[in-house]
Design a protein around this ligand. Structure first.
Ligand SMILES: Nc1ncnc2c1ncn2[C@@H]1O[C@H](COP(=O)(O)OP(=O)(O)OP(=O)(O)O)[C@@H](O)[C@H]1O
Length: 359
């Protein structure tokens, strides 16, 4: 296993694109710690697969270096890097049995027979596939096949990391949840470095200890699910994570207060003022926007109310800006409403980046 260091990686797919400044990855400088579970999360086209392929060795970056531990692997092939990969579609041999599939990478590496038997038996047990050990892989379900793809990586002792590219795409929705928790459990048992690419925030947040959020070829935040929820470093993270996403409201600053639609909102203590000329915005999660009777906060006009299970999502307008509130079960919706913000839940952004320095 190894720590994976991405040192100022940039990538353009052709020299022409590089000359035009069109980089699929604009700049990634990050370390995946040994044994960590990471997700690369972002919308389609943000560069997740490009980054994963640079880690695996399918792509050589236009600029920068990649190291596994102390070893520079930038120009090494995937085989030389000892990386296991799980793709959208399971890659297994249909005509082999489940046990043979698991034994295959070990046979290739000339591992002694007795050791292969022990390791395969152990892996079958951990994957819950003991009863199907002697069955041909052909007749298995997609989730069982995907488990075997993963098992073929886990069974090896020389693997530096396991990379997943949208591995639940072909799994039935009702099995997705189960397979996701099994993956997490297997990570806990093996503590192998795992990097998991997805555009689905539920998958990323349940699987990973640290989520790497990407947009437009850039990493905008690396954090635990809690950090991404509570302290989005960029407004993109705020509205991409969470459902509904964070409210981002244009405001002006006046000393220790934000001025929003003529109302003055005290800023969290210790915030350093934004640079002069910066576009300033307040970020607040819909869960922390409360609706109160008129006269008690900042007036809004309610546009739509949606029932979602036990909660209601209230979509409103605050002086021309959209604002969303999540109304907990049993809480009344005033006919004429104002909003108030829960103390401590406000974040301030200057040119889309979080203003740090809260005391
Ligand atoms: N072979 C290629 N040649 C030229 N451009 C490419 C190539 N592959 C990807 N791109 C471009 O690079 C950018 C990043 O693509 P990438 O596939 O890494 O994104 P992604 O986040 O994985 O998206 P998706 O979830 O849709 O796969 C996109 O603008 C894409 O069009």
């Amino acid at each position: 296993m190894a720590r994976i260091r991405l040192d100022h990686i940039r990538h353009a797919y052709t020299p022409e694109l590089a000359r035009a400044g069109t980089y699929a990855l604009r700049e990634v400088d990050h370390t995946f710690e040994d044994g960590g579970a990471y997700a690369l999360l972002g919308p389609s086209g943000c560069g997740k697969t490009t980054l994963l392929n640079i880690i695996s060795g399918l792509l050589t970056p236009s600029e920068g270096e990649i190291r596994f531990g102390d070893r520079d692997v930038t120009t090494l092939s995937p085989e030389e890097r000892n990386i296991a990969q799980v793709f959208q579609f399971p890659v297994i041999y249909d005509t082999m049995t489940v046990a043979e599939n698991l034994a295959f990478p070990l046979r290739n590496r000339k591992v002694p027979k007795a050791e292969i038997e022990t390791r395969v038996a152990d892996m079958l047990r951990r994957l819950g596939l003991e009863a199907k050990a002697k069955r041909k892989a052909q007749g298995l379900t997609a989730d069982e096949k995907q488990k075997i793809s993963l098992g073929r990586g886990l069974v090896r002792s020389d693997v530096n990391a396991i990379l997943f590219d949208e591995p639940l795409t072909v799994i039935d929705p009702h099995m997705k949840w189960q397979l996701r928790s099994e993956l997490k459990e297997l990570h806990r048992q093996f503590r192998m470095t795992m990097v998991y690419v997805t555009h689905d925030q539920t998958e990323a947040l349940t699987f990973a200890e640290k989520v790497v959020v990407m947009t437009e070829g850039q990493v905008v935040q690396i954090g635990t699910p809690e950090e991404l929820f509570e302290r989005p470093r960029h407004t993109f993270v705020g509205y991409f994570i969470g459902s509904p996403g964070m409210n981002v409201l244009a405001c002006e600053l006046d000393g220790a207060e934000a001025v929003l639609a003529g109302a003055r909102v005290p800023l969290p203590a210790g915030l350093s003022p934004a640079r002069g000329g910066a576009r300033t915005e307040l970020g607040i999660r819909p869960e922390f926007v409360r609706l109160v009777p008129r006269g008690q906060g900042i007036p809004v006009r309610i546009a739509r109310v949606e029932d979602v299970g036990s909660e209601r999502i209230v979509r409103a307008e605050l002086n021309g800006q959209k604002i969303v509130s999540v109304l907990p079960e049993g809480e009344a919706l005033p006919a004429e409403a104002d909003v108030v913000f829960a103390p401590g839940a406000l974040n301030l952004y200057a040119d889309s980046w979080l203003v740090e320095g809260r005391a």
